[in-house]
Design a protein around this ligand. Structure first.
Ligand SMILES: [Zn+2]
Length: 683
């Protein structure tokens, strides 16, 4: 993935052109050139290139109170929110016929802004599910309630989804993974540093009991319920894998029959459970982490019915909190926004509603815009950049001195088979069976989550739809799918805000898109995880053992390099957990450089705003990571994210690249300097 932070920033570059109706071509060679104007001349490139390239912008654009980070993705996002607001307001006024896209958009927006109705409803939209939880007496009741909650998108002890079989990518399978925690991941239950301890204490002593009180329980019951919930979660955390251990595809693949599954967890009747989960009968499943399900089985006996009532009640109310009355939504924000992410205030309601709508029916909104804001010319340009990167990669593979001819041949077959999805889908999702009304905001979310759940599980037994996109065109992100051997590059990730795409020079476009997005995503097919899948997307060894060893030795150098970076207090980057992303960043840049060297602009060598084409390439790449974040977010990212912080995604890989040293005259003694024998080169 390209983006650093979850939740993903929705929305697109669709509106990027809105900023620049008056803009002329002169912008690139003028003081308004985004590359030129962001530079902080007080920082030397060899000291801290990220701050040199982006420093002036960062100084002039502090993080607004309602945000936990701020950067180029936000600039794009804000513009598009404004445009989507107009679409929503128009839809609201249109009073369109029931079942039309306009009706769904307008009515969803109405329900989200109807604060009187939301306050009046209180927690009543959750009543049916709360009653079910209150009636729990036995293990079967717990599982029944857990399954019903799952079908409307409330994560609890069951981590079930339908996805491609890693070893047979043409087949959809039921997959069971670890889940069930309320804090971001297992480390939050163990780490004893002051920052994590403060978060954990707030969680157990304030957030959980307050949420239970808001759900209608008295003080004493709420305090006891919070304790039970934390104890269950800690019990599950004991059998949950670490971030880095989740990245080994073989270790997280256990295909077993239903009979074996019942044996693994003798107190769970999966046949009954699958019926409640609305699944078609299956004969086998893939269990990601068997020890987690063994722990769930044990937990059903260890903890009392009352413990489980509190746990499931909390899972339900915290999962729907943003769509309920202010008291509930505010407490949710206090913990998840303020304590965990350092936000000072909430986003205005309309923005929150829009973001929710984007998550639910983003393609309905996306298709209204792409025609207007992502011209065919831009699509062709970036399709061509994909091919330029692919060609550069071919040449790199052929020249590698550490890989055998046998593995090279298979690598080339895989590279040639990578399928690019660029800009927006050719076939849009069908939302005709999704019901949306003005009646209840939370009610709409329940409906939509169930709809989306059904869309997922109905894929069982059907062929893979290769036309389907897993992101909307207005998403500021991109990805590589190992099972489909394809890259998805949404329009929002390709356009630079404030400048028409046709006016972006190739140096900037090759740094900002070809290296940072396209090269990055394609390299994921050959990172420590992606390389284990073949051209058809199957988990299958195609490397000779010697080549695997040589790859791993090189990758280990990158692990060591990133382990050495300290971010906050005592927090170091997790080199192993971030390895795949760091390989993709490094690969993306070296491929981007060679693809760029073939362009007319590079060959002509003309300076723009005082910078050579190659300097502009590196500055364009740094522009793609223009952002800063609060300490809370950095700390959270180190523990839960497989991406290194933005500044290290520039300074880290650049220190490995000879062209960077040459372009900016980096010398021994400069902070960015790495001794040549420490510089990593994989692809
Ligand atoms: Zn990535």
């Amino acid at each position: 993935m390209k983006a650093t932070l979850k939740p993903v920033i929705y929305i697109a570059a669709l509106a990027a052109f809105g900023l620049c109706a008056y803009q002329t071509k002169a912008i690139i060679d003028s003081p308004d050139d985004p590359i030129y104007k962001n530079i902080d001349p007080s920082v030397k490139p060899g000291e801290d290139f990220f701050s040199y390239a982006n420093g002036t912008w960062l100084k002039n654009n502090p993080i607004p109170p309602a945000y936990s980070s701020w950067g180029i993705g936000n600039v794009v996002t804000e513009e598009i929110r404004d445009r989507l607001k107009k679409v929503n307001e128009d839809a609201l006024k249109a009073n369109a016929a029931k079942g039309t896209s306009t009706q769904k958009i307008g009515d969803f927006y109405y329900s989200g802004l109807d604060t009187t109705g939301i306050e009046k409803a209180g927690i009543s939209p959750l009543q049916a599910q709360l009653s079910l939880i209150d009636k729990i007496q036995s293990a079967d009741d717990i599982l029944n309630a857990a399954a019903i909650l799952t079908t409307t998108g409330t994560r609890n002890i069951l981590g079930m989804r339908v996805g491609q079989d890693d070893k047979n990518s043409s087949k959809m399978m039921v997959q069971l993974g670890q889940t069930g925690l309320g804090l971001p991941n297992r480390d939050y239950y163990y780490k004893t540093d002051a920052r994590t301890t403060r978060i954990r204490t707030d969680y157990t002593d304030k957030y959980l009991p307050t949420m239970l009180k808001l759900s209608g329980w008295d003080e004493q019951k709420a305090i006891a319920g919070a304790k039970s919930t934390y104890t269950i979660e800690k019990f599950l955390a004991d059998s949950s894998r670490k971030l880095e251990d989740l990245r080994d595809p073989y270790h997280n693949y256990n295909k077993i029959t239903i009979a074996q599954l019942n044996k693994l967890t003798p107190d769970i009747n999966w046949t009954t459970l699958f019926k409640t989960l609305e699944l078609k009968p299956v004969d086998s499943v893939i269990v990601g982490q068997p020890e987690y399900y063994r722990a769930v089985n044990k937990a059903l006996k260890v903890f009392s019915a009352d413990d489980w009532k509190a746990y499931l009640r909390l899972k339900l109310i915290t999962s729907y909190a943003p769509y309920l009355s202010n008291a509930v939504a505010d407490e949710s924000f206090r913990f998840l926004g303020k304590v965990l992410r350092g936000q000072k205030e909430q986003l205005p309601r309309w923005k929150r509603v829009l973001d929710t709508e984007n998550g639910i029916m983003g393609e309905l909104l996306g298709q209204l815009f792409v025609k207007e804001y992502f011209p065919e010319k831009a699509k062709i340009r970036y399709m061509d950049e994909v091919e330029a990167i692919r060609q550069a990669y071919r040449e790199h593979i052929q020249k590698l001195d550490w890989m055998s001819a046998e593995t090279k041949q298979k690598a080339l077959i895989k590279l040639n088979a990578i399928h690019p999805k660029v800009g927006y889908p050719d076939q849009w999702k069908d939302f005709s069976t999704l019901n949306i009304s003005r009646e209840s905001y939370a009610g709409n979310v329940i409906q939509a989550r169930h709809w989306s759940y059904l869309v997922n599980i109905n894929k069982l037994g059907k062929p893979i739809n290769h036309q389907e996109w897993n992101m909307t065109p207005q998403t500021y992100n991109a990805n590589y799918s190992p099972s489909n051997n394809e890259i998805t590059l949404p329009a929002a990730q390709l356009l630079i805000p404030g400048i028409k795409d046709e006016d972006v020079d190739d140096a900037m476009a090759y740094g900002y898109v070809a290296a940072s997005v396209i090269g990055h995503e394609i390299t994921h097919g050959f990172d420590d995880e992606g390389r284990q899948y073949d051209a058809k997307g199957n988990l299958k060894t195609w490397w000779t053992p010697q080549d695997s060893v040589k790859f791993t030795q090189r990758a280990q150098m990158l692990v060591d390099q990133f382990n050495g970076y300290k971010v906050l207090d005592s927090l170091h980057v997790n080199g192993k957990a971030t390895l795949g992303e760091n390989i993709a960043d490094l690969g993306g840049i070296v491929l981007g450089i060679d693809a760029f060297k073939k362009t007319k602009q590079y060959k002509e060598g003309k300076k723009i705003n005082g910078f050579t084409p190659m300097q502009r390439f590196f500055l364009g790449y740094a522009l793609s990571w223009l952002s800063h974040q609060r300490d809370e977010v950095l700390a959270n990212q180190i523990l839960t994210d497989v991406h290194a912080p933005a500044f290290l995604r520039v300074n880290g890989p650049f220190a490995d690249i000879p062209e960077f040293y040459a372009a900016f005259g980096i010398k021994k003694g400069d902070k960015m300097w790495l001794d040549p024998d420490k510089r990593v080169r994989i692809w």
